[in-house]
Design a protein around this ligand. Structure first.
Ligand code: PBG
Length: 338
């Protein structure tokens, strides 16, 4: 015995968790979660009126693409092993009903067709199925005469969009508008057209979040006001379970929680109850905050990126949408050591 008589004395080996943290090799061996390239989905913005890619001020490193440049970005992501692509289109002309959304020659549907031809079945192609990028008022649906979003009239537009996106080659349709009944309506439209293969990636628990701020620049959003009559209140947790249960009952093939970082409790709840794959979307504001703080030298950007995506996976998301998908796959994940 030594002379130590004061303070706690750790004796039993089992009481020493630090033993497994001693070297990078030990830490790697016992890591409970690990993000791989195929878990990741890269969101991409394609803007019809551009003749060169246009960098986003509020999302350094992210561009609005032309049809040409999106092909290169998509090919790079696929080459890096990223699991899939989520496409957003920004049309040259907007109107109250979002006519460009279901036009086969509209920018989103053309992009889907071009990427499908380029990439074959080599990646999972997904598209945002929502009207906000296409309407002149910027809401996710069509409006009644008093200016509120008309749920059931919007469902008809979503059905038309679904058929157009499926025809253009989407594997999965990202129903992101938070209209009641949207998953059932889209499934019925696909089934009625004889399409049993195209799946629905339901933004099931989607919150009215300030973290979508930079996305407004990314899609040149025309929105005045907010989406609080259709997206969820950040105060609510139980309600997310109701939204998820409804979407699964209506035929969702995968579900998503959005945003990710402030909603990891919802991700964990979703993973506990859902019998379909669960995804989380690390949204524009989450990206911009880390880029901005990293650029100031206030946080270690690379470590923060890996830490956040790992946390999202740890919470229970099997799939993560992130604007860093290609960089993670090519540079950050292979080099990960803790
Ligand atoms: C709706 C949609 C939005 C995002 C994805 N799909 C905007 C919104 O709901 O207001 C946000 C994504 C992000 O912020 O990165 N079309």
């Amino acid at each position: 015995m030594t002379e130590h008589t004061t303070g706690p004395v750790v004796t039993a080996g089992a009481l020493r968790p630090r033993r497994l943290r001693r070297t990078p090799a030990l830490r790697r061996l016992v890591a409970e979660n690990r993000v791989t390239a195929s878990d990741l989905v890269l969101p991409l913005f394609v803007k019809e009126s551009l003749d060169a890619p246009s960098p986003l001020t509020s999302m350094p490193g992210v561009d609005q693409h032309t049809l040409d440049s999106v092909r290169r970005a998509a090919a790079a992501a696929v080459e890096a092993g990223v699991g899939g692509l989520m496409l957003f289109g920004i049309p040259a002309v907007r109107d109250a009903r979002g006519s460009a959304a279901d036009d086969p020659d509209g920018i989103l549907n053309r992009t889907l067709a071009v990427l499908r031809a380029d990439l074959g079945a080599g990646t999972v192609l997904m598209a945002d199925l929502c009207l906000d990028e296409f309407t002149d008022h910027g809401h996710c649906g069509v409006l009644t005469t008093d200016g509120t979003v008309d749920n059931d009239a919007t469902l008809l537009r979503y059905q038309q969009m679904a058929l157009a996106q499926a025809a253009a080659g989407a594997d999965l349709l990202g129903t992101s508008g938070m209209m009641d009944g949207q998953v059932g309506a889209v499934r019925a439209a696909l089934d009625d057209s004889g399409d049993v293969d195209t799946g629905i990636f339901a933004y099931a628990a989607k919150y009215a979040s300030s973290f979508y701020g930079p996305f407004r620049e990314a899609v040149d959003s025309a929105l005045q006001g907010d989406r609080r009559t259709y997206q969820q209140n950040p105060a609510n947790r139980t309600e997310a379970m109701r939204e998820i249960a409804l979407d699964i009952a209506e035929g969702a093939d995968l579900i998503m929680v959005k945003p990710a970082m402030s909603y990891l409790d919802i991700v964990a709840d979703a993973a506990a109850v859902a019998d379909v794959p669960v995804a989380a979307y690390q949204v524009s504001g989450e990206y911009s905050m880390i880029e901005a703080a990293g650029a100031h030298g206030w946080i270690d950007r690379d470590r923060a990126i890996v830490e956040t995506v790992t946390s999202i996976k740890r919470a229970g998301a099997q799939i993560i949408l992130t604007y860093w998908a290609t960089e993670l796959a090519t540079r950050l994940l292979p080099g990960t050591s803790h």
